[in-house]
Write a protein that binds this ligand. Sequence first.
Ligand code: GAP
Length: 539
Amino acid sequence: MEMEKLVSLCRRRGFLFQSSEIYGGLNGFWDYGPLGVELKRNVKSAWWHDMISGHDELTQQPGAPSTYEMVGIDSAIIMHPHVWKCSGHYDLFHDMMVDCRQTNKRYRFDQVRGRWAEAKGQKVFVSTVAENEQQEIERQAQKLFKIRAKNADQISWDGAITTLDQLDDLSQVLGPDASEPGTLTEPREFNLMFKTIVGAMGTDEDAAFLRPETAQGIFVNFKNVLDSTRVRVPFGVGQIGKSFRNEITPRNFTFRSREFEQMEIEFFCHPETSRDWYEFWRDRRMKWYTDLGLASDRLRLRDHDQEELSHYSTGTADIEYAFPFLPEGEFGELEGIAHRGDFDLRSHMEGKLDPTSCPLEVETTEDGKPLYKGSGRDLTYRDDISGERFTPHVIEPSSGADRANLAFLCEAFTEDEVPDDKGKMQTRTLMRFHPRIAPIKAAVLPLVKKNGMPEVAKEIYQALKKQFSVFYDEKGAVGRRYRRQDEAGTPFCITVDGQSLDDQTVTVRDRDSLEQSRVKINDIVEEIADRISSYSSRE
Ligand code: GAP
């Protein structure tokens, strides 16, 4: 699938718009249009229902070590600055970046890639951040050496395309947008948290941060949840909310944005069973995506290698999707499932822990005090049956609502060939969303705008509307109305025709198979409910 086609459909049909578009847009920020907001709400509602509110705490789930409970919270976006000191984000949540002194552009160090090129007695490392890197590097080199494309073989190439960290120094590097080599600065750390000021004084003391993850809101409320509910370990707390990261190079549509939404669970369990719970959550989260229609050959579960793991983690896996904007064979992260040990609760109890040391140690000032004092609150748990007191271990399935949304959009985009009214084959674009997440579940269409058909259609629309998101459309040729619904991803179209007035039936058209069947008007609400619940992805 070509990404440009999807991006254009998203804009044309109101799934996604660039933020502040009339002012030229703001890089890394996106607005959801009327169809997009329904899609994203459905994705979030499916997550909230399947993970939190619909969880059956009385029945042991397949693969789970025991039964467990789930609750939700909604914490503030701006939290006490100490939260980020103790979580490690204040000191460690950064990317390395390089600046170009010539163009004043800034790049993520690990995203600048290039290759050595030599011509006219000069050897330069020509770099780019573009997706079509090979072509871009060649184009840049031709420009630099003033060699026409037809004479491109005058340039000799040395080695494969690599990242900048393979070089000893950057003095021979031609920056991605520069016209001469040697304009990139040495890499520097760049903290990804957005800073803001709380209150009217505006001093540095009032500095606060927009949260870069929703997770910390759960950790700092661990005791509140325990004290205000009857939950017992093992239990999970879920949260859906906005997070903010000042990404150096936001890119790939909504994949890497500066403002995005996360759907996170912190699952608290006994240290002895934590590995089993980790495996349970890894598989459960993977199944959630496939159940909602992400094809298994484009989705994969990738366990992190030992070197990729944080020192406190005994396991982390990513659920990844082969997004069409990535090079063939590459996957992008949709969700991470991490075994976090007791790192977070201990950090918020005891103070900032030095994350580079193992075993855990409290980083101290010269006079032996923790560098960042923790809350000092007791965040341990006492099991009221066994009497045992321990700091729970945490399993964290952390997913991005916008990335999930993007994966569902990419997966849904389909083109097929269908005959038009005159039997001529035409390309049809359809969004094959699973009906659970489809923005509109059914469209009601009177065949013509006369002979009593609109009246019957409006009654059907109103009956369905009580239960589902439905759309009424009486304008234009019915074939065109079907096409519009196909592009919106509406799984079912209900058409009222001449026969409807005689025998009280309507046709139901299936978006994917194009099959039409007659259904009694009195049964239509039940029929649509059945079709939604019995739907499974049909290849
Ligand atoms: N609490 C753990 C945590 O935040 P993460 O891997 O940094 O882990 C979790 O983020 C998920 O949030 C990612 O898998 C991704 O789906 C989403 N996410 C992270 N950064 C994002 C960004 N800049 N734009 C869109 N989604 C993002």
